[in-house]
Design a protein around this ligand. Sequence first.
Ligand code: NAD
Ligand code: UFG
Length: 337
Amino acid sequence: MNILLTGGTGYIGSHTAAVLAAANHQVVLYDNLCNSQASVADRLQTITGKTLPLVIGDIRNTLLLTDTLKTHQIEAVIHFAGLKAVGDSVRDPVTYFDNNVAGTLSLLQAMQATAVKTLVFSSSATVYGEPQYLPYDEKHPTRAMNPYGRSKLHIEEILADLATAHADWRIACLRYFNPVGAHESGLIGEDPEGIPNNLMPFVARVASGALPRLTIFGNDYETPDGTGVRDYVHVMDLAEGHLAALESLGKGSAPIRYTNLGTGIGVSVLELVQAFKDASGQDIPSVVSDRRPGDLPAYYADATKAKQELGWSATRTLADMCQSTWHFQVCAKQRAN
Ligand code: NAD
Ligand code: UFG
């Protein structure tokens, strides 16, 4: 199948590109490079042995998108492109809604103009908001708590209306939990600019000596060891989830479906730090500070629906996630020197 990946040179997009190419799909990358580098396309060529065309452009450029869909005879789109920093979205909501929501509308216009009706959308567990019960299943009420989360929810609502109006569309909204880890090659992974916001890349930088210590945001939560609990999922498992979603869309009769992609296992900050120490053999100094505003104590997925409907479940362990992150960190440091 000819598949367009918006945000294709980003963290999750690039790993998905590797999985799709290995499954003999023809992948076209589309990205404005606001949070990734064109060299990712070259690295994907090294990994897959195939040339993956990269179109440098913005998803709000409907004409360029339409042209790309036509030129490459695209049959399905996986829509990763988006801004994802919660703090930035609070400071500048207009930019977030423009990029994420208006960008998605532009993509949908281009897809309608070219009769491409199969779409996989990168949603987030953040749409569920404050847990009313755990694990979150897909029927859990949605109530996003910040502009970033609301941008995902607005897009899900737009897609639901589209599916109601046009029953021949096939749309999968994948609600990711906490993607971490890297491809085994060490060539692609998560490499944020500046100081990382998220736990795993921060821990990796402390282990490598690039940052002095981890700050643990609170150890007085009502969790087994007092630190925040999340459902970390290996990015290669997540990437395989997209392949499974695409395959299942072809078989299903519902125009839209929502699926959690997580392991179903909650892991605390202290557990993750210990696993990373074991994987890297490095010391990871840490201090405990106050809670980070807006953080939830704990959440994790009910992963039953993904297994039933996509035939997908995560297979990689926390140790795999830490080892691959560490390998990527070491390789990235070697490349920089
Ligand atoms: P990422 O920033 O690494 O990748 C996103 C890519 O989209 C980047 O390469 C960026 O340059 C590109 N992009 C952004 N705006 C664009 C635009 N207007 N036009 C063209 N390209 C644009 O992020 P990621 O972690 O790979 O996330 C991919 C998707 O998954 C995002 O939509 C994100 O919101 C969602 N998601 C991520 C997480 C996570 O923790 N990483 C969790 C849940 C959902
Ligand atoms: N944490 C620390 N120190 C740090 C960073 C994080 O103790 O330096 C803790 C947090 O308090 C939390 C846990 O580590 O308990 C995980 O935090 P992350 O920032 O890695 O992940 P979040 O679950 O807070 O948020 C992520 C994405 C959001 C997305 C959400 C749900 O960053 O964009 O998952 O998908 F909305």
